[in-house]
Design a protein around this ligand. Structure first.
Ligand code: AMP
Ligand code: MG
Length: 487
C-alpha cells in the first residue's frame, strides 16, 4: 500500500514559511472508517483507490507521498480577550488539492495527534465532536450556506480521557477554501511585523480574491470583499437558526466559510437570546448577537490591516471606518432577501420588512419552533395540514398577521415554490444530533448517525423516512440544551 499520492500541492507552505510548524500525524492503533463523503471525494477528483485506502489515509496512518504536514500558527480574540499565539493544536494540514471545479482547497486532519501548538492538549478529538461537525457542516452545505466540509470520519481505536469520562477517539478530515482566519493576520499585526502581515495578506488575496489585486488599493478592496461576504454568511446563519457558539476571531474564516463547529447548535423555539455553549456564560455569542459580533470581529480584521491600508495612520483609520460602515447595509440587505424569500416573496414592497419582523415577534412570544413556523406558512399557502394551523387559528394576533401575509403573497407570481425552496424541512436538531452522538460514543453504533446524515443533507425534501427529524425527538426533555467545546 506504500506510495499513495493524493495530488497535493503546498502553496501556503511555500509562500509563508513563518506561518506554520511541521507536524507529523500520530498513527492510530486501529483505524476504522465510520463515514466517507464519496460525493465530495469525486468533486476533489479522487478515484476509487482513495476510498479503498480511506481508513489509513484519513486517520494519519498512511502518509501520502506528496503530503507536507503542517500546523498553522495564528492568534485571536477569544471572548473579547486577545491571545497572541494559538495555532492548530489538534489539526494538521496535509496539503492543498485543486478540485474538478478548479478551486484550491485545504485537506486537513483534525484529531491526528499533538502539534507544536498543542500546549497541554492531547491533539486528539473524540468521536462525538467529530460526528457533530460531520453532520452539521454537511447540513450547512446542503442548506446553501458557505462552510468547511467533512470528507471522512475515522475511529482511531484509542480511548481518550475527557471530563465526561472515557470516550473513543476519532479523526475528522476537513476540506476548506483555506484555514486562514482573522487571527492569522492578528498574529503578525500584534507583533508589529508588517513584512509578514503583508506577505500573508498578499497570499490570501491571490488565493481568495485575485480581483482585488487590480484595484487602486488592493488591501482596501480585499477588506471590503471580506466584510461583504461575512455579512452574507451571518445572514445565512440567522435564516436557518444557527448559533455558532464560539465566534472568536480565530474561528472567523477569511474565505467567508462557517468554521469551527465546536459548541454550535440550532434553534428549536425562536429566541434571539438563545445560548447553548457551556463556556459562553455572559451570552456574548447569543443567536441575536451574531451580526454585531461578526461586525466586531471584522473591526479586528480592519485594525490588523491598518498598516497596509495607508502609510499615513489617520488616513488608514478613516479608510477602515468607511469599510466597516458597509457591514450593516450588506447584512440588512442579505437578511431582508433571505427572510422575504422565507415568507414566499420574490418581489419587494415597502411593508415587507415590518411583515417579517412581526412574524418573528409572534414566534418569539409564542416560543414557537423557528423551522416549523416557516414550514407552517408553506403548508398554509399550499393548503396542506400542519400541526400549528389549529392553534394559530385560535390566536387573534396570529390570524391578523396571516391575513396580511396572505394578501401580500396573493400579489406574488409563485409564492409556494418560493416558500418550498427557502424553508428547510430538516435541520440538524440538537436532540437528534445528541442521539446519534450518544449511540456512537456509548455503543459504537453508527446507524443513527447515518440515518440522520441522510436526512440533514436533503433538507428541502419531504421524504417519509426522514419525517421524524423534522421535529425534536419525542423524548427531548424540557431541560435547556447545553453544548461543550469540541475537545
Ligand atoms: P477551538 O475551541 O476549537 O477554537 O480551540 C481553541 C484552541 O485550543 C485551538 O488552538 C485548538 O487547536 C486548541 N485545542 C483544542 N482542543 C485541543 C486538543 N485536544 N489538543 C490540543 N489542542 C487543542
Ligand atoms: Mg478554533
Amino acid at each position: 500500500m506504500a506510495g499513495v499520492r493524493l495530488g497535493l500541492s503546498h502553496s501556503l507552505a511555500a509562500a509563508l514559511t513563518e506561518q506554520y510548524a511541521q507536524a507529523e500525524p500520530t498513527p492510530a492503533p486501529r483505524p476504522y472508517l465510520v463515514a466517507f463523503n464519496a460525493t465530495l471525494a469525486t468533486e476533489l477528483g479522487w478515484d476509487a483507490a482513495v476510498a479503498t485506502d480511506a481508513a489509513m489515509l484519513f486517520s494519519g496512518n498512511q502518509r501520502p507521498e506528496d503530503a507536507y504536514p503542517i500546523a498553522l500558527a495564528y492568534a485571536g480574540h477569544q471572548f473579547g480577550n486577545f491571545v497572541p499565539l494559538l495555532g492548530d493544536g489538534r489539526a494538521i494540514l496535509l496539503g492543498e488539492r485543486i478540485t474538478t471545479a478548479q478551486q484550491r482547497v485545504d485537506i486537513q486532519l483534525k484529531g491526528a495527534g499533538r502539534t507544536p501548538f498543542s500546549r497541554g492538549g492531547d491533539g486528539r478529538a473524540a468521536i462525538g465532536p467529530v460526528l457533530r461537525e460531520y453532520l452539521i457542516s454537511e447540513a450547512m452545505h446542503a442548506l446553501g450556506i458557505p462552510t468547511t466540509r467533512a470528507l471522512a470520519a475515522v475511529l482511531t481505536g484509542e480511548t481518550l480521557h475527557r471530563p465526561q469520562g472515557r470516550v473513543p477517539g476519532a479523526v475528522l478530515t476537513r476540506v476548506a477554501q483555506s484555514h486562514l482566519r482573522i487571527g492569522s493576520l492578528q498574529l503578525w499585526a500584534a507583533q508589529g511585523d508588517t513584512v509578514r502581515l503583508r506577505a500573508l495578506a498578499d497570499y490570501a488575496i491571490d488565493r481568495h480574491d485575485p480581483a482585488a489585486r487590480a484595484e487602486a488599493n488592493p488591501y482596501l478592496a480585499w477588506l471590503n470583499r471580506v466584510i461583504e461576504r461575512s455579512a452574507h454568511l451571518v445572514a445565512g446563519w440567522q435564516a436557518v437558526g444557527f448559533v455558532h457558539g464560539v465566534m472568536n476571531t480565530d474561528n472567523t474564516s477569511l474565505a467567508g466559510e462557517t468554521l469551527d463547529y465546536g459548541p454550535c447548535a440550532f434553534l428549536d423555539a425562536y429566541d434571539p437570546r438563545a445560548v447553548f455553549s457551556s463556556i459562553d456564560r455572559g451570552g456574548r455569542y447569543a443567536f441575536g448577537n451574531q451580526p454585531a459580533l461578526m461586525h466586531w470581529n471584522l473591526a479586528r480584521l480592519a485594525e490588523a490591516l491598518l498598516p497596509l491600508l495607508d502609510p499615513e495612520p489617520s488616513r488608514a483609520t478613516n479608510l477602515a471606518y468607511a469599510a466597516l460602515d458597509t457591514f450593516v447595509p450588506h447584512y440588512e440587505q442579505a437578511w431582508r432577501a433571505r427572510f422575504a424569500a422565507k415568507l414566499g416573496l420574490s418581489t419587494r414592497q415597502d411593508g415587507d420588512e415590518p411583515l417579517i419582523r412581526e412574524f418573528l415577534s409572534r414566534l418569539e412570544q409564542g416560543g414557537i419552533d423557528f423551522t416549523q413556523g416557516f414550514c407552517a406558512l408553506h403548508a398554509i399557502a399550499s393548503d396542506r395540514p400542519h400541526p400549528f394551523r389549529e392553534s394559530w387559528a385560535r390566536s387573534a394576533q396570529m390570524q391578523a398577521w396571516l391575513n396580511r401575509w396572505q394578501a401580500r403573497i396573493a400579489q406574488e407570481p409563485d409564492p409556494v415554490a418560493r416558500l418550498a425552496a427557502s424553508n428547510p424541512r430538516i435541520i440538524p436538531r440538537n436532540g437528534w444530533v445528541e442521539h446519534a452522538v450518544h449511540a456512537a460514543t456509548e455503543r459504537l453504533d453508527f446507524a443513527p448517525f447515518h440515518a440522520l446524515l441522510a436526512a440533514v443533507t436533503a433538507p428541502f425534501q419531504d421524504h417519509p423516512a426522514h419525517a421524524r427529524y423534522a421535529w425534536p425527538p419525542p423524548d427531548q426533555g424540557s431541560a435547556p440544551f447545553v453544548t461543550f467545546c469540541g475537545t
